[in-house]
Design a protein around this ligand. Structure first.
Ligand SMILES: [Zn+2]
Length: 202
């Protein structure tokens, strides 16, 4: 059988090759330390790679009857700018009708587009990476406030510590990553060993 959805190892190889996954000693804006760093936009700078990843994720959605039966009257929604290339790629592969993306404005997640109640088709929420799931949860609230139903949710990478379902819909991912995080420097193995740290942004 043709390999329709690349294995987790294959996807990790792509992320490593493009620099989207790095190993080292990183300090995040929230003060946590970690030996891993995902900078997903680095994978999405190559059109071919972006396409492979988005098409693979779309195949997981197409397997869901609740999604395939409603196409093309489906919205693909990104919680933030990082998910926009994923949303366009998934939309393309599924031939879904609508794309929306949200932004944080004054600390609140809002759609970039002006949207009226009832205009949004049943939704698939996609992102490049789900770390905590906060962005997804905020987007779910936004979607529901517009009277739309959530029929799918997924990301290229999901941290295993993040949520596994939303509104009764299982979260799809190409990689489930068991991230190692230390709350502060004194707990961090690399700090203890004196490894140079790199301050990164999300
Ligand atoms: Zn450290």
């Amino acid at each position: 059988m043709v390999e329709l959805i690349p294995s987790q190892d294959k996807v990790m190889q792509i992320l490593q090759r493009t620099g989207a996954f790095r190993e080292g000693h990183f300090v995040y804006p929230n003060g946590k330390h970690s030996p891993h760093y995902f900078q997903m936009p680095l994978a999405f700078r190559y059109y071919d790679t972006a396409r492979v990843l988005a098409v693979a994720l779309s195949r997981k959605f197409r397997l869901e009857k609740d999604i395939s039966s409603q196409l093309p009257k489906v919205s693909v929604i990104s919680p933030s700018s990082g998910g926009i290339p994923v949303a366009f790629g998934v939309r393309d592969a599924l031939s879904a009708e609508q794309i929306y993306w949200a932004e944080q404005e004054h600390g609140e997640r809002m759609f970039r587009q002006y949207v009226n109640q009832g205009e949004v088709n049943p939704c698939i929420i996609v992102d490049d990476i789900i770390r905590s799931g906060n962005a997804i949860e905020e987007t779910v609230k936004l979607v529901k406030s517009l009277g739309a139903r959530i029929i799918g949710c997924g990301a290229i990478v999901r941290f295993t510590s993040a949520l596994t379902e939303i509104e009764g819909v299982p979260i799809k991912s190409l990689v489930d990553f068991d991230a190692r995080m230390y709350d502060s420097g004194p707990e961090c193995v690399d700090c203890k060993e004196g490894v140079n740290e790199e301050v990164v942004r999300f």
